[in-house]
Design a protein around this ligand. Sequence first.
Ligand code: AMP
Ligand code: MG
Length: 492
Amino acid sequence: MSVAVGSLFTFDNSYARELGALCEPWQAAPAPAPRLLALNGELAAELGVDAEALRAPVGVAVLVGNATPEGASPVAQAYAGHQFGGYVPRLGDGRALLLGEVLDVHGRRRDLHFKGSGRTPFARGGDGKAPVGPMLREYLIGEAMHALGIPTTRALAVVATGEQVVRETMLPGAVLTRVASSHVRVGTFQYAARQDPALVRRLADHVIARHHPDAGDAENPYLALYESVVDAQASLIARWMLVGFVHGVMNTDNMTISGETIDYGPCAFIDAFDPATVFSSIDHGGRYAYGNQPGIAQWNLARLAETLLPLIHEDTDAAVEAATEVLSSFADRYGRYWSDGMRAKLGIPGAEEEDGSLIEDLLALLKVQRVDFTSFFRALSSSLLGDAAPARALFAEPDAFDAWSGRWRARLTSRAADPRETAEAMDRVNPVYVPRNHLVDEALAAATAGDLEPFHRLLDVLARPFEVRPGLESYALPAPPSFGTYRTFCGT
Ligand code: AMP
Ligand code: MG
């Protein structure tokens, strides 16, 4: 159905236009009784769209896929991917559609993308649908990541379809509208590489123009593109690690070329610091454990390199050598982003040789004493202002903390920084509020049962993660012991 809603968005669909071999024109399945559950007013404004127009029935019809706005050219995108290490040659948008691309008020190109909008030619055995809970979860965690300053796709809206979807139980269905700088994945390159080298080149040219324009001016643009992606991912994963985020399903089809976090499925934030933390019920081997994420990113980037070799150099050995050199730089790049981030979390000015062991020793201490990762850094800044009790209280054996803290304070005073300024700088990078698993579960259970109030309250808390607000004390606390060991079920 096409409805005259042309004034909502101004589309310019470069992907559908330039890369027809990598997508299939398709339409969303009709939703019987759409109801808007959440709309991101701030993001709507950024897209240059009137939020009130999106809230109106015709706007909701667009956001659920019942009306195709003028200028849209909905396509299901093809991609392949290594899932838990095993190659699947044809995945693609099984229940998603790229509605089109819009230029936002800053002139940036953004994809508008549905998830849960019905079966597509890539649906395989799936029903093409999505329940309300997981779509609101993607909305919530994406917004939390954005507020934490981490590159991510964002949610524009979640609309309930009025239909029930069959999972372990019957659940209310929903469509998520997601906004991304693009949906090109490592898996998109893998898919293209199996089709035709000329297609990989067209895809590479598309993403150079769109995400890594500097690479276009390099002597070897495709090698420079690769280096740009390696660097963007090193930075992204460091940011995840610094806030305790576990993606949970870092398959190559869930890794973007832009460097944005994508596909919030069984993801979660760690409470106690432990590199072995796994939340996903389907990650039996712990492949995507918190501490494995940098190594997995590098593994995924090796898969990307394989697709680019023919573009990098006509001589395969020369191509492999050049790509390997860039890939090997991942560890250093990641290490730098991560150490700089850790120094900022600890208020450490400059960089000294001894910082490495100071950081390593702290992490060992946090792990052994199972200290809450998020709470620790805020308590640490308080300790700088004379109140060491909150930090000490996080340790079963505070003497070990005291000893470490003495070294840390000596390192700080070596540069004679003002403690208040240091504490304030720490508080600007260490969140008070993260989407703790028990809070997310609580909000989504209520939403699934029809009460959206806890969801909107939590969304509001997570929108300003660095600022202590009175009355929100419970949002800063770890899960009560009764919550037990957390598992997220893909249940998508
Ligand atoms: P994900 O694990 O969500 O990243 O999805 C992996 C692949 O499975 C993608 O190709 C999805 O499009 C597809 N998929 C996931 N759930 C469904 C569903 N309910 N119906 C059709 N395809 C799906
Ligand atoms: Mg995915």
